[in-house]
Design a protein around this ligand. Structure first.
Ligand SMILES: NC(=O)c1ccc[n+]([C@@H]2O[C@H](COP(=O)([O-])OP(=O)(O)OC[C@H]3O[C@@H](n4cnc5c(N)ncnc54)[C@H](OP(=O)(O)O)[C@@H]3O)[C@@H](O)[C@H]2O)c1
Length: 356
């Protein structure tokens, strides 16, 4: 199938802080290289979705602490779509890992742009390296597949390789009402751990509790460290999964158990200030800042983690909750991203790309 010359995409040609910088572009449809797969955003009868992520709000506002792609670039990290054409590179076609994925034109896949390239997913077409494209098993609805993809592919590897959550553990999950926090909480529950979560409001706390979190602390009303110590008999938690960063650092130090692990996975409040590791010598705490890419970037490991996420979804252990859908337009993306930046969201938010 021939690709059209241009497509609608939503992104930035400069950063904010105002969300008015979000623009709708007519971009040329990218030409795939011999190793890439073009993914059609929408096809008749099959809707394509892209996910909204907190890191995009930081890119829009100019607070993302890592380098941005060159302007103008498209926002959006993950998508669900259909394959338009297959790679032509002979080495790719004979790669065992490629063969195992059983790609076919028209088949349903999820993919990510790794968030750092100009090829974001708030667009009608995405061209992705074949190794970043993963088949969606039959029986997983489109919205569930796209809503579980990034949260699951963050929670599963980090709660396995950064700290391996075990039955009987007690873990603390910040941003527990968000899509990523909820995936950590549900996975830890499925592994037999007790989950303590934090969030800003009672409404978000009620949502997290309904979603299975054992103890939810509203951090604007309660002293989190004191409450965690109370819930753990003064011992603290075995591990902390922290997407907040700067504002939760002191709390984490106060309520991590001796020989516990603090896993930073984001910086919603800004990066943690430099500190001297010896301050936790008496507890022998382990720390790491982990991006999911560190675990899923390898093509075999990535495919296996994605398959594991979909298995957990199929088993009911991971239950992504979609709380908002927005159109692929500057206004739609602006509304979604602003709500997320202001902490007004819970669960997952999606951008629906209009059918052509
Ligand atoms: N390491 C990785 O590979 C990876 C992958 C995906 C996402 N992440 C990170 O995981 C975290 C959660 O991502 P998400 O997309 O699911 O977002 P989210 O949790 O839906 O939204 C971010 C949440 O952060 C909380 N927050 C705390 N301090 C904040 C502040 N100063 N400003 C704004 N919000 C603040 C708010 O929740 P409360 O109301 O509960 O405070 C807000 O809802 C983010 O830090 C993200 O960058 C990491």
């Amino acid at each position: 199938m021939a690709l059209p010359a241009t497509m609608t995409a939503v992104g930035l040609s400069k950063t904010g802080p105002s969300f008015d910088v979000i623009e709708e572009f007519k971009f040329p449809v990218p030409t795939p290289s011999p190793t890439q797969i073009p993914i059609k955003a929408c096809s008749p009868g099959r809707v394509h979705w892209a996910g909204v992520n907190f890191s995009d709000t930081q890119k829009i506002q100019g607070t993302w602490p890592l380098p941005l792609p060159p302007f103008p670039f498209t926002l959006g990290i993950e998508c669900l779509g259909t394959i338009v054409a297959l790679p032509t590179d002979k080495a790719v076609l004979s790669d065992e890992e490629y063969t195992v994925r059983r790609f076919a034109v028209g088949s349903k896949v999820v993919s990510w742009s790794a968030g750092m390239t100009s090829a974001g997913t708030f667009a009608e077409y995405l061209v992705a390296e074949w190794s970043d494209v993963f088949p969606v098993p039959d029986g997983i609805p489109d919205r569930t597949a796209v809503a579980s993809f990034v949260p699951g592919c963050t929670a599963v590897p980090l709660a396995t390789e950064a700290y391996n959550v075990q039955p009987g553990d007690t873990v603390l999950v910040h941003t527990v009402a968000g899509s990523v926090g909820l995936a950590f909480a549900q996975l830890a529950k499925a592994r037999g751990a007790t989950v303590i979560g934090t969030t800003s409001t009672r409404a978000k706390a009620a949502f997290a509790a309904q979603s299975g979190v054992d103890h939810v602390i509203v951090y604007k009303e309660e002293d989190v460290a004191a409450r965690v110590l109370e819930l753990t008999g003064g011992l603290g938690v075995h591990a902390i999964f922290d997407g907040v960063g700067k504002d939760t650092f002191q709390t984490d130090l106060a309520c991590i158990r001796a020989k516990g692990t603090i896993v930073w996975l984001g910086f919603a409040s800004g990066p943690v200030e430099p500190f001297a590791p010896h301050i936790t010598a008496s507890k022998a705490v382990k720390y790491l800042f982990a991006s999911s890419i560190a675990y899923t970037g390898d093509k075999k490991a990535g495919r296996e983690y994605v398959a594991e996420v979909f298995r957990l979804v199929a088993s009911g252990a991971l239950k992504p909750v979609v709380h908002g859908e927005y159109p692929l337009s500057a206004a739609g993306v602006r509304e979604a991203e602003q709500a997320m930046a202001e902490g007004r969201t819970s669960g997952k938010y999606l951008v629906k790309v209009a059918a052509d």
